[in-house]
Write a protein that binds this ligand. Structure first.
Ligand code: MF3
Ligand code: CO
Ligand code: CO
Length: 257
């Protein structure tokens, strides 16, 4: 069907696919012994070799190509010489730009076996994003998205990070509107066909408070509790939604095999 956003959606599909394929490609490498810097390098090269560019690189002074957020890191973890080891829970957040459009997606990865506590947090975080995506259609409001996530995770005793949110995205990395992952039903801006944005809940095993480390980027839970996150880039259609960043390989949440 032709409409005034079909060309934009076509470009979002291409960018979203590249970002998702990058996570698919990284999956087999995320094992005990690899450094987060190596993950950064593999991602940078894959995106470049496929005609794109890693959007985080030099974005507001960020010096790496993606974010690697380990264990109690909430988001914006900076790839480093840190070696992954058994029991680590890692979020890898890839943003690819291609033909001027952005695809932004993240998944959790587990290194070897992780605790039941970590598994439950990861499952709940994925499910909160999934539930929020499933209600998307014109006429619902931004607060409905937040409500869906908040009510689901708080009921299980987890908390929703307040200091970071999803965002509009198209040929701009971060644009209006902000997509809060907490909120009240039937509040806020109404969704309209053609809108494109991310949903990327950060869910903590403890309190929602975060602090930023001295590198100016790494956000961690203040109480050092575990944190998990998933992210998809989505678009609102005439009667529902489209996910631009789904895995070609059917990778949803760990374990991936
Ligand atoms: N990908 C992140 C997001 O979901 C943004 C990373 S910006 C960076 O919005 F500079 F930290 F990489
Ligand atoms: Co994002
Ligand atoms: Co992201």
């Amino acid at each position: 069907m032709k409409n005034n956003y079909s060309e934009k959606f076509e470009k979002m599909r291409v960018a979203g696919k590249l970002a998702a394929q990058t996570l698919d490609m990284l999956t087999e490498f995320i094992k005990p012994g690899i450094t987060t810097e190596k993950i950064d390098r593999l991602s940078y090269e894959f995106i470049r070799d496929n005609g794109g560019y890693s959007a985080p690189l030099f974005y507001r002074g960020f010096k790496k190509s993606l974010c690697t957020s380990l264990n109690h890191v909430v988001c914006h973890g900076v790839p480093s010489e840190r070696i992954l080891s058994e029991g680590d829970a890692l979020n890898v957040d890839v943003t690819a730009i291609i033909n001027e459009y952005y695809g932004d997606t993240s998944r959790m990865f587990v290194v070897g076996e992780v605790s039941i506590k970590a598994k439950n947090l990861i499952d709940t975080t994925y499910e909160s994003m999934n539930k929020a995506i499933k209600i998307l259609k014109p006429g619902i409001k931004l607060g409905d998205i937040g409500y869906e996530i908040q009510s689901y995770v708080e009921n299980k005793g987890y908390s929703v990070v307040r200091d970071f949110c999803g965002h509009g995205i198209s040929n701009v990395f971060h644009e209006a509107p902000n997509i809060l992952h907490y909120g009240k039903k039937n509040s806020g801006t109404e969704l309209k066909p053609g809108m494109t944005f991310t949903i990327e809940p950060m869910i903590n095993d403890g309190k929602y408070d975060v602090k930023i480390l001295n590198d100016g980027w790494t956000a961690v839970t203040k109480d050092k509790s575990l944190s998990a996150q998933f992210e998809h880039t989505v678009g609102i259609t005439e009667n529902g939604y489209e996910i631009f960043t789904e895995s070609d390989k059917g990778f949803i949440k760990p374990p991936y095999n």
